[in-house]
Design a protein around this ligand. Structure first.
Ligand SMILES: Nc1ncnc2c1ncn2[C@@H]1O[C@H](COP(=O)(O)OP(=O)(O)OP(=O)(O)O)[C@@H](O)[C@H]1O
Length: 300
């Protein structure tokens, strides 16, 4: 069953186009990573799905309803971001208690367990939290609410490495025990690739690809070796990324369309074929140029 369906979704801000003709579906109880460069349209998409923004054209359905002004969507969804507005007069513990009144599936034991684990102070006020502590507190609310649709928009902003790892582990453990539909936007696909099932890659407001993480892992290969041998093997193929290594060697990333025989022959010619990490594939696919930042220095 699909929880989210978008058909030709477009969102403009004045004359600026933030989302262009997005068509995709998201199944119930999957964790999907929403990936894209700065300004790609991730937050706009997530806010549109949450019902906070009205599409300019196209259709959006969440729990079979238009999410804009939908009571059903707001009752079954939580949107976690670093700019959440929470009451200034309540302590952190007061906020957790009031959240428990609001969210039907709220688990206070989980909220308190995480709160203590991350050493938050129950008497502190939200506005006095550091950036990382604020994100941690918001993430605790996101997890403990156990909403059927849980949206995390870059939830780990400001968290240190250890807190980020703990948060993602807590997310995975709780999701396995209480499956729900989770959307997670991040700039660090490497940190979330073990927990997400699908990747929706957005480039300049358009859907660039929507694949399972396994498919993304197999999408491209890195070919490295003497330049002539690499050029020979990749001749006629669409190059996703390339760089020169030393004076006469090269590393080229292409779509993985080689036969077993091609690869064996290439290895005999001293060419190395390697996996490309999903995060690198997404970076290469969304780079403006095939050589990335090196192209700035290679202009003659
Ligand atoms: N309120 C707004 N008014 C005008 N333009 C906006 C507004 N919000 C976003 N935009 C524009 O829409 C585009 C998409 O922005 P959005 O915040 O959705 O991207 P993002 O992928 O979340 O970026 P980031 O990774 O930097 O947070 C950008 O060009 C941005 O400048």
């Amino acid at each position: 069953m699909n929880v989210i369906q978008c058909n030709m979704l477009t969102k403009n801000y004045g004359k600026g186009v933030a989302l262009k003709n997005l068509t995709f579906t998201i199944e119930k109880n999957k964790i999907t990573g929403i990936i894209g460069r700065n300004g790609a349209g991730k937050t706009t998409l997530l806010k549109t799905l949450a019902g906070f923004l009205k599409p300019s054209s196209g259709e959006v359905n969440v729990f079979s309803e238009d999410p804009f002004n939908s009571l059903k969507v707001s009752q079954n969804m939580i949107f976690i971001e670093d700019q959440m507005t929470l009451p200034q007069s309540l302590t952190l513990m007061d906020i957790l208690h009031s959240a428990s009144q609001f969210y039907e599936n709220w688990d206070m034991e989980l909220a308190q367990g995480l709160f203590e684990y991350f050493s938050l102070n129950p008497d502190q006020f939200h506005q006095s939290l550091s950036k990382g502590m604020r994100s941690t507190f918001h993430s605790i609310i996101g997890l403990a609410s156990r909403c059927p649709l849980t949206i995390f928009d870059e939830p780990t902003t400001g968290m240190d490495t250890s807190v980020r790892k703990d948060f993602y582990r807590a997310l995975l453990k709780d999701y396995l025990a209480y499956p729900r539909t989770i959307l997670l936007s991040s700039h660090h696909l490497n940190e979330i690739e073990e927990i997400i099932e699908e990747v929706l890659l957005i480039k300049d407001g358009e859907k660039y690809l929507h694949l399972s993480i396994e498919e993304l892992k197999e999408l491209a290969v890195g070919v490295s070796g003497r330049k002539a041998a690499v050029d020979n093997l990749t001749y006629g193929k669409e190059i996703i990324y390339q760089k020169t290594v030393g004076t006469d060697s090269a590393y080229v990333v292409v779509y993985n369309s080689f036969s077993h025989e091609d690869l064996q022959k290439a290895r005999l010619n001293g060419v190395d074929i390697s996996h490309v990490a999903p995060e690198d594939v997404c970076v290469y696919l969304t780079n403006k140029t095939k050589g990335g930042i090196d192209d700035v220095f290679n202009r003659s």
